[in-house]
Design a protein around this ligand. Structure first.
Ligand code: ADP
Ligand code: MG
Length: 518
């Protein structure tokens, strides 16, 4: 039986310094690539591929692994979303570790969102130089000064991690099998997508393994209830609002390409509560028809809104004019339960992530033992604020940009800088406060493996890939009390190892699922 295993390959032909399981020198650490073995022997024969591909594509399309066409949007047509034919190997120890940590991440993000002093200290410089974060901050302070109309806040968060062999002294986890550990890329607090696509990718891969006559491998694919878990969060928030006729509002982009990942949420909510309605509006429409009653109920076209679920509003392009900003303010002023509330949105900024990673900060929010467990997830994060600390980070990044990622306060993929670009960008702004809109992060080098990339209208390709695992969590509570706190499923996105970022919607990455190995 073939099951995934892990091995380290020394790229520099220096086998005397690397025994394949641990790094013995600093030099070796830089040149070692960790390779994960696939779940079945590769390559598959042409006959097998010819047989399996049409079935897998139909399975994907017929189960809603689809997207709208980007080139020519047509609301009557769906295209298959890109996916990997086989599930990707992922060490069980690390999967189970991050699943167990998710409730702690939920609490952490919730508490940070409700700690005004901490948020202000983290963001006070950023909001002066980054217009977008500045506008969010203004909404936050406005509603805070007016008095928040709704105490409950619903977090539908996703913590994204990648495997890596960590530096010596980082944590003990890489000293024992599987010799890699999960490190956090970011925590998303707004529009954390793939609650449908995550589980459905697992179903595609299960089907493929079945067709390959390997049902023996199915127990390696963990259960994934992301869709029902996230929707339960919304339903529970709706119940907490205590108005049976009220609706859930999805705040959407003007054009939704990733439509399946939203519609299936609507269908699942309807399945859980047949009497509950979801309405969908973009911020422009909300600016035109949204109203607040004297007691701050949010009314859209006659419907009272109990829960607002933002699938848009996280990037400047979603706010075309002042009208959309007004709409966001109206929502935040209302007594609807927001996912996320403005404070929770701000807690998910990259700047806050960098500040949380400072020594001792986690202990302000979590008991010591839990803080230590969460801190093992962090990789190096560095401030670029004006001053000695920021100067040192800039020197470090300019000397060896390949070791870092430079990040602005943006969400949605495609905004970060890598390699030589980092040098160029830092050179330009190194003496100005503009740099305070960015953070610097250690670049995570995940293990590589091989998998078949299936894209619409392209022939299937066996490619070297790396994966990013997203762990969903649901947290509902006030600043005083958390009433719901759960791990709520997962998703795996995989991309060719040659690309820096691999958004599925952007076409570089693709849907995938985890194949656990011991
Ligand atoms: P966004 O909010 O745009 O999703 P992310 O921080 O998640 O921003 O970065 C986008 C992508 O860039 C990630 O999905 C990952 O592929 C890549 N990336 C981000 N940070 C790192 C890192 N520290 N090391 C390696 N890759 C990274
Ligand atoms: Mg991301």
């Amino acid at each position: 039986m073939s099951t995934a295993t892990i091995m380290s390959v020394c790229n520099n032909d220096c086998s005397d310094c690397c025994d394949g399981t641990s790094d013995k020198s600093e030099n070796c650490r830089k040149i070692t690539t960790t390779v994960l073995e696939p779940c079945v022997p590769l390559p598959l024969s042409d006959e097998v591929l010819d047989d399996i591909l049409p079935k897998a594509k139909d399975y994907a399309l017929l189960h809603g692994a689809g997207m709208r066409y980007k080139a020519s949007y047509d609301q009557d047509t769906l295209q298959m979303a890109p996916f990997f034919l086989l599930p990707s190997a992922f060490p069980r120890r690390e999967f189970e570790r991050v699943v167990k940590l998710q409730p702690l991440i939920n609490v952490l993000m919730h508490k940070i969102a409700h700690n005004h002093e901490f948020l202000e200290n983290c963001l006070k410089k950023t909001v002066k130089v980054d217009d977008f974060t500045g506008r969010l901050w203004k909404i936050y302070t406005t509603v805070r000064e007016e008095g928040m109309a709704q105490e409950l806040s619903l977090g539908l968060v996703r913590s994204d991690v990648m495997l890596t062999k960590c530096h010596a002294g980082c944590c003990k986890l890489c000293e024992t099998p599987p010799y890699v550990s999960c490190h956090q890329v970011e925590v998303n607090t707004i529009a954390s997508g793939f609650g449908h696509m995550g589980p459905i990718s697992g179903s595609i891969n299960r089907y493929v393994l079945g067709e390959l006559r390997r049902p023996d491998l199915l127990p390696h694919l963990p259960e994934n209830n992301a869709l029902s878990g996230l929707c339960s969060g919304m339903v529970l928030a709706w119940e907490a609002y205590k108005c049976p006729k009220s609706v859930i509002l999805f705040v959407i982009e003007d054009v939704t390409y990733n439509i399946c990942d939203q519609r299936f949420h609507e269908f699942e909510i309807r399945r859980q509560r047949p009497e509950l309605h979801v309405i969908r509006r973009n911020l422009t429409q909300i600016s035109q028809t949204g109203q607040l009653t004297d007691d701050k109920r949010l009314i859209i076209d006659g419907d009272e809104v109990a829960v607002v679920y933002f699938r848009a509003g996280y990037e400047p392009g979603h706010y075309h004019s002042e009208a959309e900003w007004e709409a966001r303010l109206t929502i935040e002023r209302s007594r609807a339960i927001k996912s996320p509330s403005i404070q929770c949105h701000l807690a998910g900024t990259k700047k806050v992530q960098q500040e949380i990673a400072r020594p001792g900060i986690l202990k302000k929010f979590l008991p010591d033992s839990e803080a230590e467990l969460v801190s093992n997830l962090f990789t190096g994060l560095y401030t670029l604020d004006l001053g000695a600390e920021g100067d040192a980070a800039i020197r470090m990044a300019t000397e060896d940009p390949e070791r870092f990622v430079l990040k602005p306060q943006r969400e949605g993929g495609g905004n970060n800088f890598y390699g030589d670009e980092i040098r160029t960008v830092l050179e330009k702004m190194k003496d100005s406060s503009e740099r305070e809109a960015y953070i610097l992060m250690d670049r995570i080098r995940p293990p590589v493996q091989h998998n078949y990339l299936v894209r619409p209208h392209e022939s299937v390709k066996l490619v070297e890939v790396v994966s990013e695992l997203g762990i969903f969590g649901v947290v509902l509570g006030t600043d005083k009390e958390i009433t719901i706190n759960t791990y709520s499923g997962h998703m795996l996105r995989t991309k060719p190892s040659s690309v820096n970022e691999g958004g599925v919607a952007a076409g570089l990455g693709a849907l995938d699922s985890v194949f656990l190995f011991d």
